[in-house]
Design a protein around this ligand. Structure first.
Ligand code: 0WE
Length: 258
């Protein structure tokens, strides 16, 4: 029993990238909800709507909208809905990535122009587009958090074009932090260790990747979605008020290893 006000009381958070209950975006959403934030969700297509809607309703979300992040018209419709429903925004969670399946195996050198552009558009440019639309709604400052992976920095076999897109995403995080800093909008990335989510489903040898991630890390444990939720909540909260443009790791220490 405590009278401590909730950290995110009165705040509005848009969560982009929930696919199902295992999604990192969902773990983040739950943590923000615990802190008292009101949440809005987007989904891509009817199949995912059937997954997202019940989760969103479970946290009393007043805003559940379609959004294909590669479609400017849908982004515009989403933000005019946010303007109408909330009239402001405090937090944006960007947890979206996509590369063609065939570009996540074999040689990176074979990536097509279209495959490269598609991965960059959905996985990196979408942050820029969503940040630009968020900016006018974040009149009291704000926090933007995106999800990255170590393949942005060092070669992870088969991560290929996604590694290039995540490198771009981390650079976008820094340039957005510079642009938005004067408005007290902070932009940070979380570089998470591998977690078995829908994004990992169908990736060849993901199970053995998890096993080797476990034995190679200082902590000898793989991470859980909740660990990402906790870091995201920290980055959105008062403890991170002077942290922007950073990529922070939740990976059991994997990134320190040679
Ligand atoms: O960023 C990711 C994966 C994101 C992703 C997943 C898929 C699967 C289905 C992007 N595009 C697609 N396209 C699909 O068709 N991760 C951090 C997880 C991941 O993916 C890998 C990894 C790891 C780790 C792919 C190869 C090697 C390692």
């Amino acid at each position: 029993m405590s009278n401590t006000p909730l950290v995110f009381a009165g705040m509005k958070a848009l969560i982009v990238g929930v696919a199902n209950e295992r999604s990192l975006a969902w773990a983040i959403a739950q943590e923000l909800h615990k802190g008292g934030a009101e949440l809005g969700f987007t989904y891509l297509g009817e199949a995912l709507e059937r997954r997202v809607r019940p989760l969103a309703e479970g946290v009393n979300s007043p805003l559940i909208e379609p959004c294909n992040v590669s479609d400017d018209t849908q982004i515009e419709a989403l933000f005019s809905k946010i303007q109408k429903t909330w009239g402001k925004l405090d937090i944006l969670i960007h947890s979206v990535a996509f590369a063609n399946r065939e570009d996540l195996e074999g040689r990176f050198i074979t990536t097509s122009r279209q495959g490269f552009s598609n991965a960059m558009d959905i996985s990196a440019y979408s942050l820029v587009a969503l940040a630009r639309h968020s900016e006018p709604l974040m009149q009291n400052g704000g926090s933007i958090v995106t999800l990255s992976y170590y393949g942005a920095e060092k070669v992870v076999p088969n991560y290929n074009v996604m590694g290039v897109a995540k490198a771009a995403l981390e650079a976008c995080t820094r340039y957005l932090a510079w642009d938005m800093g004067p408005k007290k909008i902070r932009v940070n990335a979380i570089s998470a260790g591998p977690v078995k989510t829908l994004a990992a489903a169908g990736i060849r040898d993901f199970r053995s990747m998890l096993a080797s991630a476990q034995e190679k890390t200082p902590l000898k444990e793989t991470i859980e979605a909740e660990d990402v939720g906790a870091l995201a909540a920290f980055l959105c909260g008062p403890g991170a008020k002077h942290i922007t443009g950073s990529t922070m790791y939740v990976d059991s220490g994997a990134h320190i290893m040679s």
